[in-house]
Design a protein around this ligand. Sequence first.
Ligand code: NDP
Length: 328
Amino acid sequence: MASFKAIVIEKGEAGQSVALKDFDEADLMDGDVTVRVGWSTINYKDGLAIAGKAPVVRRFPMIAGIDFAGTVETSSHPAWQAGDEVILNGWGLGETHLGAYAHKARVKGDWLVRLPAGMSAREAMAIGTAGYTAMLCVMALERAGVTPQRGPVVVTGAAGGVGSVAVALLKKLGYQVVASTGRPQEADYLKALGAAEVIDRKELSGPAKPLAKERWAGGVDSVGSTTLANVLSMTRYGGAVAACGLAGGMDLPTSVAPFILRAVSLLGIDSVMCPLPLRQEAWKRLGTDLDRSKLAAMSTEIPLSEVIATAPGILAGGVRGRIVVKIG
Ligand code: NDP
């Protein structure tokens, strides 16, 4: 019987355990497309799953990993043929469906997006779910009418994965970017990605006033909690903030003041169940609107064998930019 290496999370009486081990291909779950996985990545949610810190995994045993890029091996789905290069983000991968940290995956063809022309599979996973989510945030701001002419855009958790890609994307699209970070030593890194101004995240971390001095026309927030509350209270009249993360907490201690007195919009962003047309648009845009040299500058590479030791570090906010994982 064919087997391959995979990072498998199991749950026993002593709790959760995780190991790199052989996995039988016959034990893959149902799906109409089998993919040879080439690359994956470490996202915040992967850190949570491997550390067992939040109920991310809802089926055991589980192969961890929420996103991959790879090549179709076999398909009975009408859209896909052997040899097609594909990307998968979310849809329960690594949560309810056997995931990405494995040489093979069997998935639903309806979940797949074609690798954009001119983008390598490695670049797709340097972007990963974090970068695709940053693009969803930018697209939401655009739909809400936040143009570069309306004023600066703040990015919180700027030195992290979502934040780094958001800074680079917004810069390329002509926005003036204010990067908020708890790591002042990364100011040069953030300026090289395109930040016009770098601020200390402490400015946004205390209790928020209902309304504060208007500082920006929009925001991309991956932190939540008091940070998002402060971003909202400092958003200019008619502006909008895309909220995608909870690195600082899941609560939102705010008031309705920014919404009813400044017509500010709070835009919710979800990458996991995002409808296919929006995903396809996001990946197409990532193919054209992300500066590849900046993507290279924000990415580091590790092999599959280092994922278990590396992933929990992302929860402490210790990872800069993106980590791409070589699987094949
Ligand atoms: P990273 O860890 O790479 O980035 C998060 C950043 O947030 C850190 O680098 C740090 O940036 C900042 N941060 C961390 N802890 C705190 C804290 N206690 N208070 C304030 N700031 C903090 O993670 P990702 O970029 O991969 O993900 C970011 C968030 O977005 C996560 O919560 C993740 O779950 C969420 N997410 C949501 C998705 C969705 O579909 N909605 C999809 C992808 C991610 P700095 O050092 O610069 O301050």
